[in-house]
Design a protein around this ligand. Sequence first.
Ligand SMILES: *[C@@H]1O[C@H](CO)[C@@H](O)[C@H](O)[C@H]1NC(C)=O
Length: 224
Amino acid sequence: MIYTTTKLLKFLALVNGIHLITATCKNSKIESTPTSLYEDLRCLPKYEDGCIKEYDCSHIYNRPKGTCHFKGKNLKIGEEIDNGELGGVWDRDCACTESLEFECPELSDGCAEDWVDGYPDPVCYLRYELDSYCAAGQICPPFDNTRKCEVEGTVYKEGDMFGHPHKKCTKCVCDKHFDGKLEPPFCQPVNCTVELKSSKSIDNYCAPFYENYPGECCPDRWIC
Ligand SMILES: *[C@@H]1O[C@H](CO)[C@@H](O)[C@H](O)[C@H]1NC(C)=O
């Protein structure tokens, strides 16, 4: 199956009643359309005049029967997603089930910063890393030898997470080793990780729906 630009845009236009845009890529409308989802699914972009015209997601629909799909990989029933691929999400140890959906064990505690008394310490602040869903730790005084990252006039503290100033749907972190380059590993595209919860919707050719289009990177729900 191919998700064509026109199909997606028609759909979005229909639902949100918005005027669809032009953008950086003059001949294409997809540049202004969120594409994180397709990158997440490892669909292949098809170019026309240097612009992405559509994404070919047929590998998902042509995969061997009785397998789950996650970010370009086919998993057998019972097989778990490598936790390293769950960058930025809370769930862990998620496995492909008989119904070809993913199931993750219920994790009860949540992020420490949400429930541990006195964390972070009132004089400290939370430090974030790109891959982690919860804060990765706290940074406490003295702050003299912590990193400051200046990005186009804004100064971020070490451990701050911020949106890439030019690339949509890309997050950056002010890392200890930040060298001023807004590139990996300091900046990474956001992960929608839609297949964790919505593999059925994808298998059923449902259309992604973005509540606050444009400006949103990942779909909020699916229209089937
Ligand atoms: C997305 O996931 C990858 C690992 O699969 C990770 O390296 C990357 O940092 C994540 N992106 C964000 C913005 O967290």
